[in-house]
Design a protein around this ligand. Structure first.
Ligand code: COA
Length: 167
C-alpha cells in the first residue's frame, strides 16, 4: 500500500454529495468528546484496535478531526474518517459499516475531512497507506506517491498473534 496525494486547492464541489446524505437521513459531522467511548468501541468492533487508537488521537484535537456519519433514524454511527491523527496533513483511517457501503457515505466523509485539511491551510493532503486506491482516485483525484509503500508506518508495533491456550 502506498500513500496518495490530493490537491486540496482543486477539490470538487461537495454540495451534491452532502445533499444526497441529507436525503438519506445521514448526518456528516465532527465527533465530539462525550461520544469518544461510543465511536472508539464502534471502530474496534468493525475495524481494529490500531484504527481506534488513531481515532482517539483525532478526537483529542480541538476541534475534533474525527468525522462521523450518523444514521438519524437509527441514532447510530455508520462510518468515520480521521485526519491529522498520525501525521500532519494526513487523512485516515476511514471506514463505513458494511451494511451502509455503496451509498456515498465514504465519499462524503472523505470530502468533509479533506475540506478540514484545506481549512487548516494545507495545499495538499496525503492519504496514508491507501487501500482502495480507485475509491480515492475517483472521489478526490488522488494520485499515488512514488516510493511510499511503507510510509510512516514502517516498523510499527503490532499486537502479537494470539498463542495457543490464550483465553
Ligand atoms: C472504502 C470505503 C470507506 C468506501 O465507503 P463507501 O461508503 O462504500 O463508498 P462510496 O459509496 O462513498 O463510494 C464512492 C465511489 O467510490 C467507489 N468505491 C467505493 N469503494 C470502492 C473500492 N473499494 N474500490 C473502488 N471503488 C470504490 C464507489 O463505487 C463510488 O463510485 P461512484 O461515485 O462512481 O458511484 C468502504 O468500502 C470501507 O469501509 N472499506 C473498508 C475499510 C477501508 O478499506 N478503508 C480505507 C482504508 S485506506
Amino acid at each position: 500500500m502506498s500513500d496518495m496525494l490530493v490537491r486540496l486547492y482543486d477539490l470538487p464541489d461537495s454540495q451534491p454529495i452532502m445533499a444526497e446524505m441529507e436525503k438519506q437521513g445521514i448526518t456528516i459531522r465532527r465527533a465530539i468528546a462525550p461520544e469518544k467511548h461510543i465511536v472508539l468501541d464502534w471502530i474496534r468492533e468493525f475495524f481494529s484496535e490500531a484504527w481506534a487508537s488513531e481515532a482517539d488521537v483525532a478526537m483529542c484535537h480541538h476541534p475534533s478531526t474525527c468525522i462521523i456519519a450518523v444514521d438519524e433514524a437509527e441514532k447510530k454511527i455508520v462510518g468515520f474518517a480521521c485526519y491529522e491523527a498520525t501525521y500532519k496533513a494526513f487523512f485516515g483511517p476511514t471506514g463505513v459499516d458494511p451494511a451502509y457501503r455503496g451509498r456515498g457515505i465514504g465519499k462524503a466523509l472523505l470530502f468533509k475531512a479533506m475540506e478540514g485539511l484545506r481549512e487548516l491551510g494545507y495545499a495538499y493532503g496525503a492519504i496514508g497507506g491507501a487501500g482502495p486506491t480507485e475509491f480515492y482516485a475517483k472521489s478526490v483525484g488522488a494520485i499515488p506517491i512514488p516510493g511510499s509503500t511503507y510510509s510512516v508506518y514502517k516498523g510499527m508495533l503490532k499486537r502479537p498473534a494470539p498463542r495457543a491456550g490464550d483465553q
